[in-house]
Design a protein around this ligand. Structure first.
Ligand code: FE2
Ligand code: FE2
Length: 521
């Protein structure tokens, strides 16, 4: 019978077999091979069928116009994980086998199996349809668009600090509660992103806070489940935050993060695989950094400041030099987690470690834009260049126009940390604007953490703060401009998000402008 060769049919029958429902099964599927079940049933991956294709998510390769990785996870090994793909309207003409990686969560002892199928030699600015599958399960379809090559318009979005909208802990009172700093807003923001339907989304760290949750595996699973209605249509390109640092997972603590994501290689060692990377979309070079390497703050499960031994900084300088020598790259955008600027009181604050290590490089190579999270609100700086000779290395604003910013004069920093947590910081702003900067840490205290040493500074660099809305994201519309050496712009809109349908309210809108790099400048 032909239906016996259909893996979906077979797995349904396997379920019936496992329930011992021979007679009932025969009634449900009259005339099927249930009268002769033996071989067919025992060929199935498990008595209850194969696990689902869980949490499908996409990543761009280093060249976003040519390469996309399709990823999903399973709780056990599966047979022939693969992706079929092709152009819409055509057939699934190509098949790519997935590479499988695993990690064993140190807290639970549970192993997670993650499959990454690398689709390459794609056409730029082209839509593809695909199906992710393994033996015995229902294929999960999706589609994506590759980035344009060269100077072309497109839109990307950004937020950090999301958590999950689900409940993972049974409290002492017998009620289920969220235990990853999440809230229902962490679902609303995803719906909001889909209203914009960007080419890609930057995730500015603190993805799901698995490191503080009861069940890390459930928390990651819930995060991908909540987000896959977006992540299977457009890459979410992450930066690792302090809450991706999970005690016992991998040599530095990012083993889960490094397993779930297949981001472009940084040509480093396996220990730091995926913790920093870069990709190009159109005329934009995006650089993702992991700031725990340089931050003073003791914010993860373990204190890992200096873990790369300077390797990340050396890579960053090479990467910036290469980007700025490339006349096809107009914009250099950095996505990272902890911040150079924040005007929130009684929250994390800014970290002098980033001002010491990264900001001089951002200045030297003219980084246009930095998006980050860690602070759970929205604010942005004026363009900054250089530092005052203060204890905190206070950034110096080079212009104060709120609506149009020339980023060839200074770097704009945006804090976009309202991705959905239950602990927003938009009601904590200093009045007038000021900044608490972590300039060091004290000895390890009774809670096992190094307490931060704060120095407060005035904030002449502060440009805009959203006190009103706890949740939202920013959208960046890249306009390449019309002629060599002429202006190119990014129109930036910060949207507040509210409600289950992701209702958007524009809160802040401004234009970044800089000269194109194909004019000999
Ligand atoms: Fe956070
Ligand atoms: Fe954080």
């Amino acid at each position: 019978m032909t239906e016996d060769r259909d893996p979906r049919t077979l797995s349904r029958r396997a379920v019936l077999g496992a329930a011992g429902a021979g007679a009932a099964g025969a009634a449900l599927f009259p005339g099927t091979a249930l009268a002769d079940p033996g071989v067919t049933l025992w060929r199935q991956p498990g008595p209850a069928g194969a696990p689902d294709v869980h949490g499908v998510h996409l990543q761009f390769g280093a060249d976003a116009s040519r390469e996309v990785v399709v990823s999903w996870s399973t709780p056990e090994s599966v047979a022939r994980p693969r992706v079929l793909f092709g152009r819409p309207g055509g057939e699934f003409g190509r098949e790519v086998a997935a590479d499988t990686v695993t990690y064993r969560d140190a807290a639970s002892g549970t192993e997670v199996v993650i499959h990454h199928a690398r689709l390459d030699q794609l056409r730029p600015d082209t839509e593809y349809g695909y199906a992710a599958l393994h033996e015995g399960t229902t294929p999960i379809p999706g589609f994506f668009r590759t980035a344009p090559r060269g100077r072309a318009p497109f839109t990307f979005t950004s937020f950090g600090d999301q958590g999950t909208p689900t409940m993972g802990k049974l409290s002492a009172s017998g009620a289920w509660v969220n235990d990853n700093l999440g809230s229902p807003a962490g679902a609303d923001t995803v719906t909001g992103i889909e209203r914009i339907a960007p080419l890609f989304h930057l995730v500015n760290g603190d993805l799901c806070y698995a490191n503080i949750s009861t069940d890390r595996i459930r928390t990651w699973s819930d995060w991908f489940l909540n987000n896959s209605r977006s992540t299977r249509f457009r890459p979410w390109m992450p930066a690792a935050g302090n809450h991706e640092n999970e005690l016992g997972n991998g040599p530095i603590g990012y083993g889960a993060y490094q397993s779930y994501f297949a981001v472009p290689s940084n040509n480093g060692d396996s220990e730091t695989l995926g913790l920093w990377y870069a990709f190009t979309a159109g005329s934009v070079r995006v650089i993702s950094l992991n700031n725990d390497d340089v931050c003073y703050q003791d914010g993860g499960n373990s204190y890992v400041r200096g873990y790369s031994g300077g390797a990340q900084k050396r890579w960053l300088e090479r990467e910036l030099a290469t980007a700025r020598a490339d006349e096809n790259v107009d914009w250099v955008v950095v996505v990272m987690h902890q911040v150079v600027i924040s005007t929130a009181d009684r929250f994390n604050g800014a970290d002098r470690g980033i001002r010491e290590e990264w900001v001089p490089l951002f200045d030297a190579y003219g980084v246009d834009l930095v998006v980050c999270g860690h602070e759970h609100h929205y604010e942005r700086s004026h363009p900054i260049r250089g530092a005052s000779p203060t204890d905190t290395l206070t950034p110096v604003p080079v212009a104060t126009d709120l609506s149009t910013v020339d980023t060839s004069k200074g770097t704009v920093h945006m804090v976009i940390g309202g991705g959905g947590t239950s602990a927003p910081s938009n009601a904590l702003f200093f009045e007038p604007a000021a900044c608490r900067v972590i300039t060091g840490v004290g000895p390890v205290g009774p809670n096992g953490k190094r307490p931060p040493v704060y120095v407060q500074e005035s904030a002449p660099w502060s440009a805009f703060r959203d006190k009103e809305h706890p949740y939202g994201f920013a959208a960046f519309e890249v306009d390449p401009g019309t002629h060599a050496g002429g202006p190119t712009t990014m129109t930036v809109t910060y949207y507040a998000v509210a409600g289950p349908f992701g209702t958007l309210t524009p809160v802040d809108r401004f234009t970044l402008v800089r000269p194109r790099r194909d004019g000999g400048r």
